[in-house]
Write a protein that binds this ligand. Structure first.
Ligand code: SIN
Length: 352
């Protein structure tokens, strides 16, 4: 009899404990965090996106002490192969999870190569009522001193924390927390690769505890929770491409090809403060006149604002503000789901 009572009490205490913990869902998409190499020394030449989410979760048992966890495999790819289709799938599942009262936050495991684009996209399309934290790794899970386990633990701790509640979509990697708008990958292989060149990180995770910088240091653009763009029901996104500027390049070949392939908008990764080779620019001015394309001037430099002259404004160019070309592409794709009006689109670039 006594054993039965002890058993019942133990079960009650275990379930109360489980109820007290936040419920965090991990959506896995692949990347190096799920990558495996043949040798412990190998940090290149491995296959990203080969380990399943359950294996990743079981490899970090400490996570179960701070949250009730469920894992879902959305994709298992190298993030250089990220697609609109997977973005829309992620958006659909995240929209459901934001409304699910049994869920307190979400972690997304993602390859580092295009994490900044996915994070920015999700931050613009979701009513992020709960924390959504993207993380990844620079070293495959099989590597000596792999960074994935700690990054996953930190991302989960952040998603489960009270401090993260009003912060919407974030990127957490290498002990730092970043806003999706400003974060970018800056080194091909080093684990300290993510930076926010225009605004800095918004916080840190120290021994599993999220510590945010004071509000004055956080970009006001860092944490909008309400969706800027409603993409509910969309099955595809407008095609936008990037043209890179470099010396001796006055050709219009790439622009013509993109136009021929159905591009609705072009981002120019210009030199310096967004300069474009005059021959290319003349062609773009003609396309703007004929209303064939929307053209956004950004810069390949990696930080800083791209200004427009009054002549360029009159010609119909849009400034990317301080978005890098890959993020300007995301914002133009979403802008084009709403309008083709250049002044309206410029407002989005000033705002988001
Ligand atoms: C990827 O982006 O999927 C590969 C590289 C990485 O995750 O670090």
């Amino acid at each position: 009899m006594r054993n039965i009572i002890y058993g019942v009490l133990l079960m009650i205490s275990l379930s109360v404990n489980a109820l007290a913990k936040p419920h965090i869902v991990i959506l896995a998409t692949g990347g190096t965090i799920a990558g495996e190499a043949k040798s412990e020394l190998a940090t290149t030449g491995y296959k990203a996106g080969s380990i399943a989410i359950d294996t990743l979760i079981n490899a970090v048992p400490e996570m179960k002490e701070i949250a009730n966890i469920s894992g879902e495999q959305i994709a298992n790819i190298d993030s250089s192969n990220m697609s609109d289709e997977i973005w829309l799938k992620l958006y659909g599942r995240l929209s459901e999870l934001m409304e699910d009262s049994s869920v307190d936050g979400v972690v997304i495991t993602h390859g580092t190569d295009t994490m900044e684009e996915s994070a920015y996209f999700l931050s613009l399309v979701l009513d992020a009522k709960k924390p959504i934290v993207l993380t990844g790794a620079m070293r495959p899970a099989s590597a000596m001193s792999a960074d994935g386990a700690k990054n996953l633990y930190n991302a989960l701790a952040l998603a489960a924390s009270k401090e993260a509640r009003s912060r919407g979509v974030m990127v957490a990697i290498n002990d730092r927390i970043f806003s999706p708008r400003d974060v970018t990958k800056t080194h091909t292989l080093n684990i300290d690769t993510f930076k926010s060149p225009n605004s800095g990180e918004i916080g840190y995770i120290i021994d599993g505890k999220a510590v945010f910088n004071t509000l004055s240091q956080v970009s006001p653009k860092a944490a909008f929770k309400k969706a800027a763009f409603n993409i509910k029901g969309l099955k595809s996104l407008p095609k936008v491409d990037i043209v890179y500027t470099y010396s001796n390049d006055g050709s219009k070949v790439a622009i013509e090809a993109f136009l021929g392939a159905g591009s609705k908008g072009i981002i120019v990764a210009g030199s310096g403060a967004g300069s474009i080779h005059q021959n290319q620019k003349d062609y773009l001015i003609q396309l703007l006149k004929d209303k064939k394309l929307v053209v956004v001037k950004s810069s390949r430099v990696g930080s800083g604002i791209v200004p427009l002259s009054s002549e360029e404004v009159a010609q119909g160019f849009i400034s990317a503000n301080n978005l890098n070309p890959q993020k300007a592409r995301v914002l133009l794709m979403l802008s084009l789901t709403k309008t083709k009006d250049i002044k309206e689109i410029q407002k989005y670039f000033n705002m988001y």
